[in-house]
Design a protein around this ligand. Structure first.
Ligand code: PLP
Length: 236
């Protein structure tokens, strides 16, 4: 049986990160509850994941769908909203769809098509964010900013997809100043796209910022931050 006594250090980390996120939100003129923390639980097993959710962080992100397949059924007693935050292969769409509240990292038209096909079969509407490769790094997934108007046009025509916003990551090895510039560029892109977007498309959500750069992301309008390692510092 898993242990249900929460790790005190984990609880301390959670309290600290929540306070830092709240402080960053207030500094950017927003309320703390306008920024959703998606706790990236890819580093920990189902037992620690349970402790994170039990502490009130019910938005949980995994970068590999297999982790959601295995943890999801173990944690059904908690009202967890699973977020897929990593690259999704098309052959994993069908099995992943039933578990996931929001797909953050939709990065190709072929993936959009597959999501539409499978969502229609299930009679489910799928909430997605479109990933933008803002840094231009070859190693990063995501659409190029210049492709976004046509991607949005196409995605808006899929009856079972609901676009909620954009997701992005700062480039590899960027310092805080560069990361903040990249997050600002994502927000500016959103602000350009939104007035021309079809009525069934929302670009309200911006998923950006991780342990190392969530303050910069929140300063530039992130509504969701995906934080992992800061919660688990000192645990292993
Ligand atoms: C792991 C991961 C995160 C969290 O990163 P940390 O630096 O551990 O906070 C955020 N986003 C994605 C896509 C990830 O894979």
């Amino acid at each position: 049986m898993p242990s249900f006594a929460a790790n005190p250090l984990l609880l301390e980390n959670i309290a600290r990160v929540r306070a830092e996120v709240a402080e960053a939100a207030v500094r950017s003129g927003r309320r703390a509850d306008e920024v959703t923390i998606v706790a990236a639980t890819k580093y920990v097993d189902a037992n620690i994941t349970r402790q994170v959710a039990a502490a009130g962080l019910l938005d949980l992100g995994e970068s590999r769908p297999q982790e959601i397949w295995s943890k999801g059924p173990e944690l059904t007693d908690l009202p967890i909203r699973w977020h897929l935050i990593g690259h999704l292969q098309r052959n994993k769409v069908r099995r992943t769809l039933p578990f996931v509240a929001l797909f953050h990292s939709i990065d190709s038209l072929r993936l959009l098509e597959e999501l539409q096909t499978e969502a229609e079969k299930l009679g489910q509407v799928v909430a997605i964010l479109l990933e933008v490769n803002i840094s231009g790094d070859e190693a990063k997934h995501g659409f190029a900013p210049a492709e976004m108007p046509s991607v949005i046009e196409t995605a808006a025509q899929f009856s079972h997809l609901q676009i909620r916003g954009l997701m992005s990551m700062a480039g590899l090895d960027t310092d805080a100043v560069t990361a903040q510039q990249q997050f600002a560029a994502v927000r500016q892109l959103r602000d350009q796209l939104a007035p021309n977007a079809p009525a069934n498309v929302s670009l309200a959500d911006l998923s950006m910022g991780m342990s190392g750069d969530f303050r910069e992301a929140i300063a530039e309008g992130a509504t969701m931050v995906r934080i992992g390692s800061s919660f688990f510092e000192g645990l292993f």
